[in-house]
Write a protein that binds this ligand. Structure first.
Ligand code: 3HC
Length: 697
């Protein structure tokens, strides 16, 4: 018997137990173990009913993703689940934790399913660029009908046990928390009542009911909007449709063909890179696994503006009390009113109860004095970008906060070491850069100063996890990782428009690549005044910042979405950017003033200049150690800037483009466009000369 799957008998019940931490994934050892255990159960004359149950934190959470892309080893999962379904003894699956993907498919091949009430089930393959490939697309609709199956399979969302029971996916839900006991009790009932083998493949009433329905076309239309540019969601619909148009065995064959198409698609590679990347970033290079972590039970926030308020909500949402300090009562009231409005909106959508809204608001203490930070474990400063003010604040925090409190800045560009120098405890100072809207965006760029202690680094990474963010540890340098690369893209986007492109042409190239919005639509969302103020400050400081047509927009009060006009115009209540002839005229005028004769610019040039400038900068960031690994950059971009996850992040994407192609273009633009951003990164040159990729680092 395999070490990861065991068989034993309890009375009349033959129990097959999977024990393959952490999530009982269906690797080859588990698959062959399951097959052997099933055979043993079949042969065991005293076993009347067989029970499948898992040890540890969860039922089987899916196929072993680490095996994808490698040669398939016997027994394959589809063959295994068919053997399960064909068992001539009734088989019961007992589910706790999450039965996902191949895990749910295995459960669907059992004849009965019982779960504890905290369990969830789902077919999340689509999130990995795949479709359920072990009968999920054929069996699930036999239980739920077409619409719900399409819903679950094309979104990958999980369904709680009670809902799964109502949908017919489960046969029973147990209120206890002992899954083995629940499974044994249910299996005993099956034995006592002489319940028959009941194969999902033979259940056809819902198939008959939805045959010829137009729901499949409806889903395809919907997906054109919801899953633009993605491959596998459409294949999911094709596979589910096959359950309604083909006999079961042929449907299974069709599912397999479509699954293999997805497996071979580059999107699968990108999505799996981001799945593992999201988890890998939590392992910070050079930070020992057993580094002590400080307890963060209360948080102070300076600034009740959009950022401060959003940051506060993250903590309150997980039950951590927050003290928000502002300079003026009015600003404090306004900030709290916005937080309340956000929660009330969630309540209106049914995501929170009114009581929960009140509970969350009660966790916030508004204050006008830093003295209220005396006992907090972590303070996050979220005031506007001005070094002098930040240093004043940190000096004051140093006086007030208790020893061991972590002092963090939400700065998006400024030097953490300089901020830390205002205190006598630079080892406790760190950057925690949230992304706007801070209660929504999943990224938290944690910035280590040169003196930040390991304990503080480990703690802010743990805090990220606690507040359900993806924390990435980065080094200290202007703009850190994300904004530093974004600025390069922004510079190129501006130059392209100066030279003859339209903002909408630039944005379309980026949205066609899969970004949710382009560079200029993003400026409108963030506010044109933000960049304008930064440029003005730098000009005042004597830097040579060239004039730009964006300055003119700001001067005309076209500040973006908030004024319904920026680079684009907006209808009241709509976020849809509409090209504005007035802006085209303004750009034309600007070109005349600058003596620029516009030229036609191809989409390919836009793609190369926007993206390759970023990649070159990403390579420099790696060279300088600001990011430890290419995947850290990838995750920053996926979770902070909406880089399309199916392309795996900018550095993964660069490897697919070919580093030699990119280097060649970088050199071309150095010679034609010029500017420091087109000086090739030494790392990029080295990798190309050695025939290696970012993924090899
Ligand atoms: N294969 C291999 N490893 C897996 C895995 C899988 N299916 N699912 C999770 N893991 C690993 C993670 O990489 C992580 O490893 P690490 O500790 O070395 O970083 C570890 O298990 C724990 O995972 P999480 O940190 O994500 O733990 P959580 O408790 O937060 O979440 C989970 C658990 C909900 C199961 C989550 O891991 C998850 O969603 N996993 C993916 C599930 C999935 O997509 N299943 C479908 C697979 S495709 C398939 O089944 C194809 C079939 O149709 C043919």
């Amino acid at each position: 018997m395999s070490e990861v799957v065991s068989y034993n008998r309890e009375g009349k019940i033959g129990v097959i137990t999977v024990n393959y931490p952490p999530v009982n994934a269906l690797g080859q050892a588990v698959r062959s173990g399951l097959l052997a255990a099933l055979e043993q159960g079949q042969k065991d004359a005293d076993a009347k009913v067989l029970l499948l149950v898992c040890e540890g934190r969860t039922f089987i959470a899916g196929a072993d993703i680490r095996e994808f892309g490698k040669p398939m080893q016997e027994p394959t999962l589809p063959a295994l689940v068919n053997t399960f379904e064909n068992s001539d003894k009734p088989l019961v699956a007992a589910i706790h934790g999450t039965a996902l993907g191949g895990g749910l498919e295995t459960a669907l091949s059992c004849h009965y399913r019982v779960a504890v009430s905290s369990a969830k089930v789902g077919l999340p393959e689509v999130k990995l660029g795949l479709l359920p490939g072990a009968g999920g697309t054929q069996r699930l609709p036999r239980l739920t009908g077409a619409r719900k199956a399409l819903d679950m399979i094309t979104t990958g969302e999980f369904v709680g046990a009670r809902d799964a029971l109502a949908l017919g996916i489960l046969d029973a839900v147990d209120d206890g928390d002992d899954i083995r006991a629940a499974g044994l009790a249910y299996a005993q009932k099956v034995a006592d009542e002489g319940k028959p083998v009941r194969r999902v493949r033979d259940i056809t009433d819902k198939i008959e009911a939805d045959k010829g329905s137009d729901v499949f076309d409806q889903f395809r239309d919907e997906l054109k909007k919801r899953a633009r540019g993605l491959f596998s969601p459409f294949k999911c619909v094709d596979a589910v449709e096959a359950a309604f148009s083909l006999p079961f065995d042929e449907g299974m064959k069709r599912e397999r063909e479509l699954f293999m198409e997805c497996m071979e698609s580059p999107q699968r590679g990108g999505l799996i890179h981001s799945f593992f990347g999201e988890r890998e970033v939590s392992r910070v290079k050079g930070l020992a696994k057993d580094t002590p972590v400080r307890d963060v039970k209360s948080v102070g926030i300076i600034g009740a503006g959009t950022m401060g308020g959003g940051i506060a909500m993250n903590f309150v949402n997980v039950g951590i009390p927050v003290t928000i300090v502002e300079v003026k009562q009015e600003a404090l009231d306004k900030g709290l009113a916005i937080i309340r409005r956000n929660y009330e909106n969630s309540a209106k959508k049914g995501k929170l109860t009114q009581a929960q809204v009140e509970q969350r608001m009660a966790l916030i203490t508004p204050s006008l004095t830093y003295d209220d930070f005396r006992d907090v474990d972590l303070v996050i400063e979220a005031v506007f970008e001005n070094m002098a003010i930040k240093k004043e604040i940190f000096a004051r925090l140093d006086e007030v906060c208790k020893p061991g409190a972590i002092l963090a800045s939400n700065t998006s560009t400024l030097d953490i070491d300089e901020i830390a120098s205002a205190t006598k405890r630079p080892e406790d100072v760190v950057g925690m850069h949230f992304f706007s809207p801070a209660n929504v965006m999943k990224l938290l760029e944690n910035v280590r100063g040169s003196k930040t202690s390991d304990e503080v680094k480990a703690t802010v990474m743990a805090v990220a996890k606690k507040i359900r963010k993806v924390g990435v540890m980065v080094g200290n340098g202007y703009g850190f990782v994300g904004n530093r690369m974004l600025h390069k893209r922004g510079t190129e986007a501006m130059s392209l428009v100066d030279e003859g492109a339209t903002p909408q042409q630039v944005d379309k190239v980026l949205t066609d690549l899969g970004f949710p919005m382009g560079q200029f639509a993003m400026s409108d969302l963030a506010g044109i005044d933000v960049g304008y103020r930064i440029r003005e400050e730098r000009r005042k400081a004597g830097e040579d910042i060239p004039a730009s047509w964006m300055d003119k927009l700001a001067e005309q009060g076209r500040l973006g979405q908030k004024t319904l006009a920026g680079v684009y115009k907006y209808e009241e209540g709509s976020r849809k950017p509409v090209p504005d002839p007035k802006v085209e005229q303004l750009i034309e005028q600007f070109r005349k003033e600058q003596g620029i004769t516009p030229r036609a610019i191809t989409d390919q040039e836009i793609l190369e200049r926007c993206m390759y400038a970023m990649i070159n900068e990403g390579a420099r960031i790696l060279e300088e150690g600001i990011a430890d690994r290419p995947l850290d950059i990838d995750i920053v971009w996926i979770y902070g800037y909406g880089f399309p996850a199916h392309r795996g992040g900018p550095m993964f994407w660069a490897d697919q483009e070919g580093l030699d192609t990119i280097l060649c273009a970088v050199k071309k633009y150095r010679d034609t466009v010029g500017g420091e951003q087109w000086e090739p990164s030494a790392l990029l040159e080295k990798l190309v000369s050695e025939g290696r990729k970012f993924g090899d680092l």
